[in-house]
Design a protein around this ligand. Structure first.
Ligand code: BEZ
Length: 232
């Protein structure tokens, strides 16, 4: 008889971020409660001492001050032990050069997850890809501890960190201004005004009043100048 595969419910957008306690390279953490009132990017990587992961950690570590300025805590995870994590981060700092970066110190916590407890809780193990390594998952968690966005990448593909920063800024901007952001939005571009919820508002919108421009009642944009958007 085939073994019965355990089905693990994966957290979804709009769910409360599953809680856990873990050992990390920066001491023990109580997740997400230690990061109250902050955004969190929780991300997994397949393994320590692998090249794609190394390039990702160097990039994230270099950009960490930019995420801190956006009130965002970075937290990494892989199914490796603490001593492997420490040895890998030391090697990165001492030996690895990538795209002009060198002597890079990773200061954000990296979770040890030998038991796969956290990886399973967050659906980071995708058996079709690997049953022993976490895929490259990225969870954006807001200051209320809610999951706001999830991005998954396969083992072979390094993440685009400009996109992760853009996604964070887009969500923060949507929350601050009650707008949505269109395709390929960048800070300074026009934003989407929420669709009219009544015939009266739809009619008003078509009068193209104030700074709102509508191609049709449901497709309205307005400027949101760069200086009003928090980007750093
Ligand atoms: C890497 O990070 O280089 C990597 C990890 C697992 C599979 C393939 C590549």
């Amino acid at each position: 008889m085939e073994p019965i595969e355990q089905v693990v419910a994966m957290p979804r957008i709009g769910d409360k971020a599953p809680e856990f306690k873990a050992v990390t390279t920066q001491g023990e953490i109580n997740f997400p409660n230690d990061y109250k009132d902050k955004w969190i990017i929780l991300f997994s990587h397949p393994a320590d001492f692998t090249p794609v992961c190394t390039s990702e950690f160097m990039t994230f570590a270099k950009m960490e001050p930019e995420f801190t300025a956006l009130n965002c805590q970075l937290v990494g995870l892989s199914i490796d032990g603490l001593y492997s994590h420490i040895a890998w981060l030391r090697t990165i700092q001492e030996k690895i050069e990538f795209k002009g970066m060198k002597n890079i110190e990773v200061k954000f916590p990296l979770i040890e997850d030998i038991s796969m407890e956290v990886a399973k809780k967050y659906g980071m193990i995708q058996p079709g890809e690997s049953s022993t390594k976490a895929v490259r998952a990225v969870f954006f968690i807001d200051p209320k501890g809610m999951i706001r966005a999830i991005i998954y990448y396969p083992l072979s593909m390094g993440r685009n960190f400009d996109e992760l920063k853009r996604a964070l800024i887009a969500m923060q901007t949507a929350d601050t201004f009650g707008i949505a952001t269109p395709a390929d939005w960048r800070p300074g571009d026009d934003v989407i005004v929420p669709t009219a919820g009544s015939c009266g508002v739809a009619k008003e919108r078509m009068e193209n009043k104030d700074d709102i421009t509508c191609s049709d009642w449901f497709f309205c944009t307005k400027p949101l100048p760069l200086e009003k958007v928090k980007t750093k």
